[in-house]
Design a binder for this molecule. Sequence first.
Ligand SMILES: C[S@@+](CC[C@H](N)C(=O)[O-])C[C@H]1O[C@@H](n2cnc3c(N)ncnc32)[C@H](O)[C@@H]1O
Length: 245
Amino acid sequence: MSEHPSSTRCLDLSIPREFLRAPMTTGAVAASGRALTRTAVAPVPTGADVVVVELGPGTGVMTRSIEERLAGRGRQLALEVNARLASSLFARHPAVEVVQADAADLGTVLSERGIAHADVIVSGLPWAAFGPQQQELLLDAVLTGLSSDGVFTTFAYVHSRWTPAARRFRRELEARFDEVVVGRTVWRNLPPALVYHARRPVAVLEPSAASWHPSSAPWSGRDQPMTRSACRRSRTSSSRLCPST
Ligand SMILES: C[S@@+](CC[C@H](N)C(=O)[O-])C[C@H]1O[C@@H](n2cnc3c(N)ncnc32)[C@H](O)[C@@H]1O
């Protein structure tokens, strides 16, 4: 499959158009550039049968790169909430399992397709545009859908990195993963951005767990309670499983 030409990206006005219609859901005025895309999809292995999930694929710049890396191996799913974008993605990427769905429903989407967990989750979701509850809900869905040795990759725009919403997202991310590596700033993106690679999920999150005790924990075998340091990093505790002391 040929590389996505940057000229096509410039001419594709879907993201600016959708931004005008729904700025808080679209979250960006332009699709990600090639340099950012390359960094974000780097964890997708080129020689293995893996399950890769993309959240918020938009016009599909990352979808295309993931498809190229998989080269027909494994499975590739893309969850896009916007019906117009999802249907155009479906038409352009017949080999990708495009689902018009909220990323919060990732667990259901995977189980309906007989998939236990994804090996890599790549997110294009506009985290800084989301409120606290939506950030938590979506991150919880990521944790539920990711295998214990999986990688979650997402990005943040440099100009909004220090906003309360972006900082809260970073805290929530670090509370849920043992390792969060922040890549170098991709200046050749409009706007400049940086990529987070998160590994080793530290907890399974049960919204119904008002009080937690090890004997009643619904571990799936791969999951562990949150580490004390992760709990300390976290300011809220509503949906987390922290040690009681
Ligand atoms: C900033 S665009 C990113 C598009 C593309 N991944 C890229 O990097 O250029 C964010 C995309 O996430 C989608 N989105 C926002 N909230 C979503 C949700 N809860 N579930 C699924 N997709 C969502 C938007 O419709 C939009 O297509």
